[in-house]
Write a protein that binds this ligand. Structure first.
Ligand code: NDP
Ligand code: 8X3
Length: 247
């Protein structure tokens, strides 16, 4: 097992859900964690649960700001997690402004973070870069168009990074969950909490801690092991469209 003691880890989207749980579990495993997001009060809440962590208030869509804030850091581990979906309209009815926000966050944001952080790992010829993909990067579903497209893009970036950085010593991992109960659906349905709750009705979804555990497990494998792809589902979810609900 690789120890995380004194490793410097960056988690984007650390103010909520999977990112917050991952930051807490990394801190428990001994890492010093840099917490990135836009919502400072919620980042501070995560910080209070992560001894030795620091907060950077940052919008991952802003390439210059990301470069300025993250490129000076001597990082060992990056969890490229910030992301969102907006709406579940059929493709012809979607809102182009929302599409731009989703693409800018889930694709450009992920790229901005890679560009600013990978040189530090390459320099020391070791480190981990974890992508938060999704089962939506492996299957599509009605109303998932642009979100699914961005998560397919994340999967393509994971695969290309492995090739472009072969021999660099950097390990790449993509963690691709199915339904996880977080703020994801509340954000997707623009604050409609009843609609968000219905997504998880009659199902025991994955928890953010389930996903965080998988991430910590992957990055603590011995140096010669690279866990590439983790696909994890709620037991009741057979595919993005087949969910067995208790009546
Ligand atoms: P949450 O809504 O709980 O968390 C999303 C996080 O992303 C927040 O911390 C938010 O922080 C951050 N974020 C969003 N936009 C930006 C931005 N422009 N700049 C910086 N940070 C941003 O959702 P989850 O924890 O569920 O989502 C985390 C990741 O997991 C996403 O990539 C999502 O696609 C993926 N995922 C989620 C699944 C689910 O069912 N929940 C399943 C599979 C994958 P802030 O608002 O502070 O900026
Ligand atoms: C989130 C999971 O199935 O709602 O990535 O797209 S899903």
């Amino acid at each position: 097992m690789t120890s995380l003691t004194d490793r410097l880890a960056l988690v984007t989207g650390a103010s909520s859900g999977i990112g917050a749980s991952t930051a807490v579990q990394l801190a428990r495993a001994g890492a010093r964690v840099v917490l990135v997001g836009r919502d400072r009060p919620r980042l501070e809440q995560t910080r209070s649960r992560c001894p030795g962590s620091t907060v950077i208030e940052l919008d991952v869509r802003d390439a210059r700001a990301v470069e300025r804030a993250l490129s000076p850091l001597d990082l060992d581990l990056i969890v490229n997690n910030a992301g969102l979906a907006l709406g579940s309209d059929k493709l012809p009815e979607g809102d182009p402004e929302e599409w731009s926000t989703v693409v800018a966050t889930n694709v450009n944001g992920v790229l901005n973070v890679m560009h600013a952080t990978l040189p530090a790992l390459v320099k020391k010829q070791r480190g981990d870069h974890v992508f938060l993909g999704s089962v939506a990067g492996r299957q599509v579903y009605p109303g998932g168009s642009v979100y699914c497209a961005t998560k397919h893009a994340v999967r393509a970036l994971y695969e290309t990074a492995r090739l472009d950085m072969a021999g660099s010593g950097v390990r790449f991992t993509t963690v691709d969950p199915g339904m996880v109960q977080t703020d994801f659906s509340r954000v997707r349905f623009r604050g409609d909490t009843a609609r968000a709750a219905a997504v998880y009705q009659g199902v025991t979804p994955l928890t953010p801690d389930d996903v965080a555990e998988a991430i910590v497990w992957a990055v603590t494998r011995p140096a010669h092991v690279n866990i590439g792809e983790i696909v994890m589902w709620a037991a009741a979810q057979a595919s993005t469209t087949v969910v067995t609900r208790r009546t």
